[in-house]
Design a protein around this ligand. Structure first.
Ligand code: AR6
Length: 205
């Protein structure tokens, strides 16, 4: 069963999303969850078994929010790699709840996993799709030998998912993969969202 102890450490560079306090929770004896505030585009652990997750849209050619930041930092090659992902139907490279993987180009990590969360007010079953977005990102990461993975708060920006619900969904889905990764990180951009993730981790881990 997960160990309840929680410690605060200073991130330094490795695993850092810009530096700052990192909250650490054990998922299994060999696997930890880390929460921090920061910018996911500067996060990395080792540049060979690490990946960041992008909160993309179904077309996968960039957008606003974290998607825009990741494309800017990765350079135009990322857009070309995304364009090469086959369409499953017109306008859709990655259906909501699924995930696709590309190289990371100028980012400090080895790969980018693109997933699409639900638009909260529009999707008929937003909870299932948000769970699937986390689950399929983690499955694809595992298949590709990723040991360190960092997520943003998928759907919590433009797609308007209430972050107090999204944080519980995110943490409980990560728990399904206890032991599959050395480290799973959340790099959260705003204080209210970070606090909500911290509460969910204290409750659920
Ligand atoms: N690092 C970490 N988190 C960030 C960063 C960053 N550099 N920048 C923003 N966030 P959003 P969504 C946070 O809107 O709701 C795009 O246009 C942000 O504060 O990026 O899934 C896509 O193309 C928020 O908490 O993603 C899609 O069309 C979280 O990332 C659509 O938005 C997610 O917000 C996807 O919407």
């Amino acid at each position: 069963s997960p160990i309840r102890a929680r410690v605060r450490v200073w991130s330094g560079m490795a695993g850092g999303g810009g530096g700052g306090a990192v909250d650490r929770f054990e998922l299994s004896p060999s696997s930890v969850l880390k929460l921090q505030k920061g910018d996911i585009t500067v996060w990395s652990v080792d540049g060979s078994t690490d990946a960041i997750v992008n909160a993309a849209n179904e077309l996968m050619l960039g957008g606003g929010g974290v998607d825009g930041a990741i494309h800017r930092a990765a350079g135009p090659e990322l857009r070309e790699a995304c364009r090469a992902v086959p369409m499953v139907r017109p306008g859709v490279r990655c259906p909501t709840g699924e995930a696709r993987i590309t190289p990371a180009f100028r980012l400090p990590v080895s790969r980018v996993i693109h997933t699409v969360g639900p638009i909260y007010d529009v999707h008929p079953q937003p909870k299932v799709s948000l769970e699937n977005a986390y689950r399929n990102s983690l499955r694809l990461a595992k298949e590709n030998g990723i040991q360190y993975i960092a997520f943003p708060a998928i759907s919590c920006g433009v797609f308007r998912y209430p972050y107090n619900e999204a944080s519980r969904i995110a943490i409980s889905t990560i728990k399904e993969f206890s032991g599959d990764f050395n480290e799973v990180h959340f790099v959260l951009f705003s204080d209210d969202i970070y606090q909500s993730w911290l509460e969910a981790a204290r409750e659920l881990l």
